[in-house]
Design a protein around this ligand. Structure first.
Ligand SMILES: NC(=O)C1=CN([C@@H]2O[C@H](COP(=O)(O)OP(=O)(O)OC[C@H]3O[C@@H](n4cnc5c(N)ncnc54)[C@H](OP(=O)(O)O)[C@@H]3O)[C@@H](O)[C@H]2O)[C@@H](O)CC1
Ligand SMILES: Nc1ncnc2c1ncn2[C@@H]1O[C@H](COP(=O)(O)OP(=O)(O)OP(=O)(O)O)[C@@H](O)[C@H]1O
Ligand SMILES: [Mg+2]
Length: 346
């Protein structure tokens, strides 16, 4: 059970109010889910403050019918995968499929491709990222993709980062939603203008990545416990959605600040963030497709982020119950289906 869930819980958290100068409302949600919504005084969302968020996430999930064709529920591209890191792009791409995307592509370096292919026949793997024509090669696929997840296992090689810069510019020109994670965030810290004001971007920094971005963009060290810091970073980037992962995930579009404290686990094995970014790729596509009547005026990207954060933590919780200390990200991916059903379809 999440620590703040309690009987009839609709409380104001006084300390948090003081800290945030904001209203903090706790909801008791089904399945022990606790999501806190905290809004800055600069916005007036009092009615929305009272709403639960998970039901809105449920609203954006496309119905499964026999009338659809392959690809309709999502064609996602993951940009990452190099000599050192082949697991991360695999985790992101397979998670996108397990959440419900129909097709999942990986754009990686030549030598990473056979390795990633060998993990799964379900992924479409393009060995293009270190080729001279990388930007052009990926650009050819962009019209067929609904969202890009940029960064898992990318590494920090200068040539690769230059290619990814071009790919990001091409994705923006086509208005394709992008989730930026891991070494993609390293690139953004070097070139914040790349993403400045692009409202279809979500950044998913961990503790270290958040601090690096804060230093680069705000010239201030990120304060890990300060929700305002997440809002400030989002605002400074022109309201790009920021998801700071941690003991609690803090999410902001520069106006609203949400917190996800879904019960996860104490296991901190690598790859959990990659699962989150892949899941988010699909959910961002679904949320944008759903339209305002389904999202009830809430930011679709924030809703998608709430969905991905809750799901990742629920996967962690379920996997840990079965495997304890030996839990790995592969065990969490096996829980995506059951966790999704429990959170969003029960
Ligand atoms: N199987 C695979 O292929 C995987 C590949 N991956 C890929 O690896 C690439 C690099 O990504 P990354 O996240 O390891 O970043 P990086 O800048 O090297 O920092 C790491 C260091 O930061 C610290 N640290 C981290 N969290 C912290 C915290 N909360 N609080 C405090 N400190 C914290 C900690 O340092 P410590 O101080 O413990 O030595 C940690 O060692 C990227 O491409 C990614 O996608 C991963 O996705 C995993 C699975
Ligand atoms: N201290 C914690 N307690 C509970 N859950 C956590 C904690 N830290 C992170 N998480 C959860 O773990 C998941 C991944 O976050 P993390 O900070 O490990 O990302 P990451 O470092 O990018 O992971 P990766 O190893 O994939 O790169 C998120 O769902 C986050 O909510
Ligand atoms: Mg990561």
């Amino acid at each position: 059970m999440a620590p703040l869930a309690g009987a009839g819980a609709v409380l104001a958290g006084a300390a948090a109010v003081a800290l945030l100068s904001a209203a903090l409302v706790l909801y008791e949600l089904p399945l022990d889910a606790v999501l806190q919504r905290a809004f800055s005084l600069h916005t007036a969302h009092s009615i929305k403050d009272m709403e639960n968020t998970l039901p809105l996430v449920r609203n954006i999930i496309p119905p499964q019918t026999s009338k659809k064709h392959k690809g309709q529920d999502g064609r996602i591209g993951v940009v990452g995968g190099c000599q050192e890191y082949t697991g991360a792009p695999y985790f992101a791409a397979i998670s996108a499929l397990k959440v419900g995307a129909d097709l999942s592509h990986v754009f990686c370096t030549r030598e990473a491709a056979p390795v990633i292919k060998s993990y799964s026949p379900e992924l479409i793997v393009h060995p293009v990222l270190d080729s001279p024509g990388a930007v052009h090669d990926v650009e050819e696929w962009l019209p067929r993709l609904h969202a890009l997840v940029v960064g898992p296992g990318l590494g920090r090689d200068g040539t690769l980062l230059k290619n990814v810069k071009g790919i990001l510019e091409a994705a923006k020109a086509r208005d394709i939603p992008v989730v930026i994670d891991a070494d993609g965030l390293w690139l953004i810290a070097q070139h914040p203008a790349l993403i400045q004001g692009y409202r279809k971007a979500v950044l998913t920094p961990n503790h270290v990545e958040f601090n690096r971005l804060s230093e680069a963009v705000l010239r201030e060290p990120g304060n890990g416990s300060d929700r305002e810091a997440v809002r400030r970073l989002s605002q400074a980037l022109g309201n790009v959605t920021v998801v700071r992962k941690g003991e609690r995930d803090v999410l902001s579009d520069g106006e609203q600040v949400l917190e996800c404290a879904q019960e996860g686990s104490s296991r901190r094995c690598g790859g959990q963030g990659d699962l989150l970014s892949g899941a988010l790729g699909v959910l961002v596509h679904w949320a944008l497709l759903a339209g305002p009547e389904k999202t009830n005026g809430c930011s679709p990207l924030l809703l998608a982020a709430v969905g991905a954060c809750s799901l990742t933590r629920q996967c962690s919780h379920q996997a840990f119950q079965k495997h304890g200390r030996s839990t790995t990200t592969t065990d969490m991916i096996a829980e995506v289906g059951p966790a999704f059903r429990r959170l969003f379809e029960a």
